[in-house]
Design a binder for this molecule. Structure first.
Ligand code: CO
Ligand code: CO
Ligand code: CO
Length: 343
């Protein structure tokens, strides 16, 4: 490989998103389309939408989503796989099963064709692992590499999960560790240890398919995947859509190896600061946290885990069936702020 894939990238992976403040403002001006077949659209700020096909015949809905971003790692094949796992995740977050994919490719005209092939191959292998098939795609020639997929999945319209149904008394469960943003920012600064990068890569390549199956079996009330807006950014969306307060226990959170160290070293992406700027006013801190831990609550995650809200007994069952899952807090009636960070 001639140049490192992340070398010319301003912000890696989901940190390359538009800031939530700008996006929120622009989306508010978009006229709402109403259609009786849309089960989940713009309104709940879920990342995927659901279209009911029952009017066509048997009860069935399609869940559609799109995600693409800049390289977060230097190996092109790994980048392709991570981009695929990340795009598929929004379908799993709604309880769907991905069936078809369209690729979105932005690649420099003078780039190394072998890199492009590796990105596409890494992506295709991950899409196939999900039991999903690539139907086609679209490419643009431009200097900064970007890659991802539009995914279509199927879901039973009676079993769609959104971020809008978290209930007071529920327990909050999360299925991955936090820290991919600071680790990839540290990679760009050249200070990431190889074993830390490897652990982050392993996690980003992990599909949320089994987590999705486990949460459906456990009777989840609400779910979202945690990606570019960070844990508290996505928690905020769930709290607002469900009209509850999410109490998140900082002491229970699990971080990727190295994440705290790089956060302490100031490896904070622009995305992290944008997220904090947008979300902070919705957060009540009832415990004092070291600044490096507090920053991680806003760290943009690439191919992050599922944040699941479910009744107490069901949460224990979920964590037993899917051992990567762990409790991180609980849900109450709306109090002072949509989010409260507790010890
Ligand atoms: Co999402
Ligand atoms: Co997404
Ligand atoms: Co085209």
């Amino acid at each position: 490989m001639a140049t490192k894939l992340t070398a010319n990238v301003k912000a890696g992976g989901c940190a390359s998103k538009l800031s939530p403040k700008i996006l929120d403002r622009a989306l508010r001006t978009v006229p709402r389309m109403t259609n009786e077949n849309v089960l989940v659209g713009y309104d709940t700020a879920d990342d995927a939408g659901v279209y009911d096909l029952t009017s066509v015949g048997t009860p069935l809905a399609i869940v559609q989503t799109v995600d693409f971003f800049t390289p977060i790692v230097d190996d092109p094949c790994t980048f392709g796989g991570i981009a695929a796992a990340n795009a598929l995740s929004d379908v799993y977050a709604m309880g769907g099963k991905p069936v078809t994919a369209l690729s979105l490719v932005v690649f420099p005209a003078k780039g190394d064709i072998q890199d492009l092939e590796s990105i596409l191959r890494g992506g295709a292998e991950k899409i196939h692992e999900a039991g999903c098939v690539i139907l086609g795609g679209h490419s643009i020639s431009e200097d900064e590499v970007k890659f991802g997929y539009a995914i279509t999945g199927l879901v039973d319209p009676a079993r769609v999960l959104t971020n809008a149904n978290a209930k007071p008394g529920d327990v909050l469960v999360f299925t991955k560790c936090i820290g991919t943003g600071v680790i990839s920012t540290a990679l760009k600064k050249g200070i990431t240890k190889e074993e830390h990068m490897d652990a982050a890569i392993r996690q980003m390549l992990t599909l949320n398919d089994r987590a999705c199956e486990a949460m459906l079996a456990a009777g989840a009330n609400a779910c979202t995947d945690v990606t570019g807006f960070g844990l508290l950014g996505h928690a905020r969306e769930m709290a607002l859509a469900s009209n509850v307060t999410l109490k998140i226990a900082a002491g229970k959170l699990q971080f990727l190896p190295g994440a705290i160290e790089y956060s302490r070293a100031g490896a904070h992406s622009g995305g992290l600061n944008n997220n904090r700027d947008f979300v902070e006013s919705c957060v009540h801190m009832s415990t004092e946290l070291p600044p490096e831990i507090e920053a991680l609550l806003y760290d943009p995650q690439t191919s992050g885990g599922l944040l699941i809200s479910l009744p107490h007994g069901n949460a224990e069952r979920l964590c037993y069936v899917y051992p990567d899952a762990y409790e991180i807090g609980h849900v109450t009636e709306r109090s002072i702020k949509p989010i409260e960070v507790i010890q």
